[in-house]
Design a binder for this molecule. Structure first.
Ligand code: HEM
Length: 333
């Protein structure tokens, strides 16, 4: 049944409670008959593509920083006054140039997402065009911060805000992407998630704050300054101390997920992924620290796995909330 037919059928429903439930299902992205509109599928796929490109862009951004390529293009938005600095091209110029190119493509894709979301708003949950517009606002702000990192010569607070805004943009896309997932997934709301959504939300917030503190360590070269000049050790130690609450909350998600009977398989699998990413992230952090940042790839992986850990916790939280909502709707049947 197409979405339009479903909406028309809903509108012809005489029984007001049936009608309001059908509309409620549409609002919450849960269409009891698991039919997703074609625009919704198109938009969801675009969101996941932008999310993947953003994940890669953050890793390229970290590589640009650890390879000292942040100022490889001395001007902005062009690089050496051109769109393609062929003559000056080397690894550092390429990293900075490609970082900007990918960012521009993500900006244009987000603009298309907003256009599509408002154009098809009748076939989408009402929150979709608003969340898409929020994502556009974040990527525009991110662009301004990107320019300021160059004009303000990599000022640490701007570089850290640049990482923080990138993670917020990434998170916004993931929330939309998971909430718009089709019901073809084994989605029978179990109603067993209990406190899980709030525990994983807390873990996500603590991992986000830990990533910001990591961005401060990186943008101030605090590890170097601490090891060779006993400067900024407090910045480094804050990051080391921040490992504890972020890890405890993340481990609580894994333990609670395993101790929750009849939890949806997809939530249990995601909890395992979260556990694995945390172990990997701490090991990469220790390696980054012990190798004194000499192996750039390790530091870049530390940033990327940190983003993946945050992303997975966000997906877990949204899926757990959807489970709860689905259960409420299905038990109302
Ligand atoms: C939940 C755990 C952790 C998270 C989410 C996390 C996240 C991050 C992030 C996002 C960065 C910035 C990377 C960049 O901008 O390129 C960073 C930097 C850093 N992290 Fe972690 N981290 C964690 C644990 C650790 C641990 C356990 C250690 C060491 C024992 C560590 C040591 C470092 C160091 C030395 C840097 C600075 C890298 C640089 O200067 O380029 N981290 N962290």
């Amino acid at each position: 049944m197409s979405q339009i037919e479903w909406v028309e059928e809903t509108e012809q429903m005489t029984d007001s409670s049936l009608r309001s439930k059908a509309v409620l299902n549409l609002e919450s992205g849960v269409s009891g008959n698991s039919v997703r509109s074609a625009p919704q599928t198109q938009i969801r796929r675009l969101i996941w593509k932008i999310a993947l490109a953003t994940f890669l862009l953050m890793a390229i951004g970290s590589a640009t920083r650890v390879m000292n390529a942040g100022l490889a293009c001395p001007d902005w938005p062009l690089c050496y006054g051109t769109l393609f600095p062929g003559q000056q091209m080397n690894l550092q110029v390429f990293l900075e140039w490609f970082h900007r190119l990918d960012a521009a493509l993500i900006g244009i894709s987000t603009l298309a997402l907003v256009g599509l979301a408002w154009w098809h708003r009748r076939a989408l949950p009402t929150w979709t065009p608003w969340m898409a517009t929020l994502a556009l606002g974040l990527i525009l702000f991110q662009g301004v911060l990107g320019g300021l990192t160059v004009t303000e010569l990599l000022r640490f607070d701007i570089v850290t805000a640049h990482l923080g805004t990138a993670l917020l943009f990434f998170t916004t896309l993931l929330i939309m992407g998971v909430w718009l997932l089709p019901d073809t997934l084994p989605f029978k709301g179990t109603g067993t998630t209990g406190r899980l959504p709030w525990v994983s939300l807390t873990a996500a917030i603590l991992v986000y704050l830990q990533s910001l503190s990591g961005g401060l360590v990186g943008s101030r070269w605090a590890l170097h300054q601490c090891l060779w000049g006993s400067q900024l050790c407090s910045v480094m130690n804050t990051h080391l101390a921040g490992v504890v609450p972020a890890s405890v909350a993340t481990i609580a998600v894994v333990v609670l997920a395993w101790r929750t009977p009849a939890l949806q398989a997809s939530l249990r699998q995601l909890a395992n992924v979260v556990g694995g990413l945390l172990v990997l992230q701490v090991l990469l952090g220790i390696a980054t620290f012990r190798l004194h940042l000499q192996v750039e790839l390790v530091t870049v992986c530390h940033q990327a796995v940190g983003a993946a850990l945050l992303g997975t916790l966000v997906c877990f939280t949204v899926l757990a909330l959807r489970d709860r909502q689905l259960h409420r709707l299905q038990s109302a049947d």
